[in-house]
Design a binder for this molecule. Sequence first.
Ligand SMILES: O=P(O)(O)OC[C@H]1O[C@H](O[C@H]2O[C@H](CO)[C@@H](O)[C@H](O)[C@H]2O)[C@H](O)[C@@H](O)[C@@H]1O
Length: 251
Amino acid sequence: MAAITALPPPPPIDDGCALFLDVDGTLLEFAPRPDEVEVPQQLREALAALHARLQGAVALVSGRSIAVLDILLAPPRLPASGLHGLERRHGRRIHHAPRAPEALDRVRSEAVRVAARHPGAVVEDKGAALALHWRAAPQAGGELQAFARAALPRLPGYRLQPGNDVIELRPAVRRGVRADKGAAILAFMQEPPFAGRRPVFAGDDITDEAGFAAVNSRGGISVLVGPPRESAAHFALAGTAEVHAWIGASA
Ligand SMILES: O=P(O)(O)OC[C@H]1O[C@H](O[C@H]2O[C@H](CO)[C@@H](O)[C@H](O)[C@H]2O)[C@H](O)[C@@H](O)[C@@H]1O
């Protein structure tokens, strides 16, 4: 990875692109809690217009579940990958995330008890994955991260997924294959209408680095959203408002 000083803004999205978009921190402004995000109507309209213009080659690639993405952003009901690449939907094809192991129930209950000591901390149940949030309770960050690290050995096949004021416990693989945002993007790129296009991916978080590497490997356009940091991305936008302007101008 190269150190980032000032990356240029991305070029316009043209008709030959396949567009992949992270959600929180990229399309949506961060909120204190996961269920408090606001979705501008103009964003829905821009996504629908781009979906039509790119002949369907627009997908959401998120740490959220696809079910939650549909609640937040549909219509349009876009192709999507959820849970950091663990699940994927394209048309009627659905690749489900692994089942949650029984041990996760106990870990979740214990996490809820830890979070309850810190007003504002949130335990987000994502099925096979568990997210521990401290955006509204910064003092809880150390304890929640320590809890997640200590719980990891009780969940064979799981890994830690650090993020923006959050740490997640989630399966590392799906059906024996590494699951991350890069793998999800490359899977979409094997299917029409994505295949043969130039991939474009915008994201803000550590989990998005796998997506940047994937589109870079295909000669695509990788866009870091937010303040400069070490990243594999080749382009940058300052925040969600700039993302909205970029995709809005291409819709
Ligand atoms: O890959 P993404 O689409 O960016 O999803 C990453 C995580 O986003 C959500 O958490 C983040 O956004 C919340 C709402 O703004 C915020 O409260 C939290 O601090 C952020 O970490 C979501 O809740 C997670 O499940 C996603 O994995």
